[in-house]
Design a protein. Structure first.
Length: 237
């Protein structure tokens, strides 16, 4: 049965489900205690409502028969908190602290108000002559572990790919390394989720996740070396 978040936004990375499980666990725990406390609250309002001829009583909460109604739920909430903390630490470590070896690396550059992506060419390395640079379109190969090098040229931005369950601030003066592994082909939203100026609302982009064959064909078509060679051949004709 799909998770609640998965029904709204597809899961397209290896760690997306882990995040959804954590959020859904928190949702149901909070929903349980919220419902329980609201039912108890309204029951108490009705049960102990003002009645003619009945005087109000004062309890200071020191008697155990009264205090236990606070102590037992308090202990139960603490037990639930342990599950939340353990799950949150595990997810945080796997996404933010653990950095698996990369098969590919892409550079992500944020600026007011666009995204620039630097993709490796046929040699599989960035910062070489065959790098492919695009604006507002990130091209990835499904089933490949990527490191991303995130930076900002001006103000604070935030790199978000909802289907990956990824959100990472881009801080001027720093290059932040993170990772993801796409698991689903298709075209999805890339967002800036940090207010970065008057054009923040139009700072959208797309991530295109494709098969090995389609990605190899895209690299061949857009390689600057190949494009330059074709242009030279055309000029000589």
């Amino acid at each position: 049965m799909p998770l609640l978040l998965e029904r709204l936004v597809p899961q397209a990375s290896t760690y997306a489900r882990d995040l959804d499980l954590l959020f859904e666990m928190i949702f149901w725990i909070v929903a349980f205690w919220f419902t329980l406390t609201q039912l108890a609250f309204f029951w108490l309002l009705v049960r102990f409502r003002k009645r003619d001829g009945q005087k109000a009583e004062y309890y200071d909460g020191s008697e155990w028969r009264i205090k236990r109604w606070v102590t037992y739920p308090h202990l139960a909430v603490l037990i639930f908190d342990v599950f939340i903390i353990v799950g949150a630490v595990k997810v945080w470590y796997n996404i933010k602290q653990f950095l698996p070896p990369a098969e590919q690396t892409v550079r992500v550059i944020s600026q007011q108000w666009a995204w620039t992506f630097v993709h490796p060419g046929a040699d599989g390395q960035i910062d070489t002559a065959d790098d492919i640079i695009t604006v507002d379109e990130l091209r990835l190969r499904v089933g490949t572990k990527y490191h991303y090098k995130l930076e900002s040229r001006d103000v604070l931005h935030s790199f978000s790919i909802p289907v990956f369950r990824l959100k990472q601030d881009a801080i001027p003066g720093r290059v932040i390394t993170g990772w993801f592994e796409p698991t689903l082909t298709g075209s999805f939203d890339v967002q800036c989720t940090e207010i970065c100026g008057i054009g923040h609302g139009i700072m959208g982009a797309r991530v295109v996740i494709e098969s090995d064959e389609a990605h190899a064909a895209w690299i061949e078509q857009h390689s600057p070396i190949e494009v330059a060679a074709n242009a030279t051949a055309f000029a000589q004709e």
